[in-house]
Ligand binder design. Structure first.
Ligand SMILES: *Cc1c(COP(=O)(O)O)cnc(C)c1O
Length: 339
């Protein structure tokens, strides 16, 4: 398999098969060493809890080609920690952090030809996936587990890159107050397919989920976190136990405060108080930063900065974040791990 057919300038966010993936099994209470394989199929037992009861979680992170040709990972230990938080919530054994990060590096090295060249804005997206497998029918944790990581080159997630897109507030919930909203589990995504479909049908990029208990506060923007820039230049992002704790969001809180000198706050974002924001955006590994043009809330359409142009603070945050990830701007201690 070669990378000859890849058009680095026009990558989307879609599956491309790359040569190697990592697979490790947890059996008899122990992790096997794991290995790279060229087989993109997993053969699993029909009784696997991942299939019946949603005992599975996943991660998403990227590898970045730098100007000098080396390859950066962005805060991969945070992904390792978060996968273990998801695993604990689903009664799955923990994955040693070092095993997680070494497996990520092994997959990047084995597929190095598929890490997009510097300057294209494209990256190698890595998908760690962790599933309960083995013969079972009762509602209990699986007897065995598979941890795998595969990868593919990707371009920007939302079409149009830094161009704003519009969203619609959903009546559905993606998670319950003490449910699994803070865990990166497939079940939350299954629950988001219908609301996402309905949003797309109405020509919105995705839907916005409100807090499940009161439906008054913004929680998530599709599969990304929300942030707003207030008219007095504060960076605000929602806080809630049912939001997925985005590593990009925590990185932006740091960048806003330490690099842009802004006040950076995690707090409530009421849908009826959006006038306080001069700009708004969605953030996540896949989305990076995606400016929000406007939000449809029942019959009202609320526009932030502009429906066609990115706001100046959002752009600064984007440039700083992406500059750090691609190695053009000095990173805070520990954020970049070289492959
Ligand atoms: C993965 C994810 C995010 C983004 O998290 P990052 O660590 O920034 O990639 C946001 N919301 C949901 C629901 C997610 O699953």
């Amino acid at each position: 398999m070669s990378n000859n057919t890849i058009d680095w300038d026009n990558l989307g966010f879609s599956y491309i098969q790359t040569p190697y993936r990592f697979v490790a099994k947890h059996e008899n209470g122990m992790w096997q060493k794991g290995d790279l394989t060229d087989d993109p199929y997993l053969k699993i037992h029909e009784g696997s809890t991942a299939l019946h009861y949603g005992q599975q979680c996943f991660e998403g992170l990227k590898a970045y080609r730098t100007k000098d040709g080396s390859i950066n990972l962005f805060r991969p230990y945070e992904n390792a920690r978060r996968m273990n938080e998801s695993a604990r919530r689903l009664r799955m054994p923990e994955i040693p952090e070092e095993m997680f990060v070494e497996a990520v590096k092994a997959v990047v090295r084995a597929n190095e030809d598929f890490v997009p060249p510097y300057g294209k804005g494209a990256t190698l997206y890595l998908r760690p996936l962790y599933i309960g497998v083995g013969a079972n029918i009762g509602i209990k944790p699986a007897p065995e587990y598979i941890f795998t990581i595969f990868c593919m080159p990707v371009g920007p997630y939302f079409k149009g890159g830094l161009a704003p897109t519009n969203f619609i507030v959903s009546d559905y919930d993606r998670a319950a107050p003490m449910g699994t909203g803070a865990a990166k589990v497939g079940g939350n995504y299954a629950a988001s397919l219908l609301p996402g479909y309905e949003a797309h049908e109405r020509n919105f990029s995705d839907c916005i989920y409100l807090d499940p208990a009161t439906h008054t506060k913004i929680e998530e923007v599709g599969s990304a976190n929300f942030f707003g820039i207030t008219r007095d230049n504060k960076f605000v992002t929602p806080v809630s136990p049912s939001i997925l704790p985005s590593i990009t969001k925590y990185s932006l809180l740091h960048i806003a405060k330490e690099r842009l000198g802004m006040e950076a706050i995690e707090g409530d974002v009421y849908v009826n108080e959006l006038d306080q924001f001069a700009e708004a955006g969605a953030c996540g590994t896949a989305a990076v930063i995606s400016p929000i043009g406007g939000i449809q809330i029942e019959d009202d359409f609320h526009v932030f900065y502009s429906e066609t142009e990115v706001g100046p603070v959002t752009e600064k945050l984007y440039n700083e974040l992406v500059g750090i990830q691609f190695g053009d701007i000095e990173a805070p201690e520990g954020w970049i791990v070289k492959v």
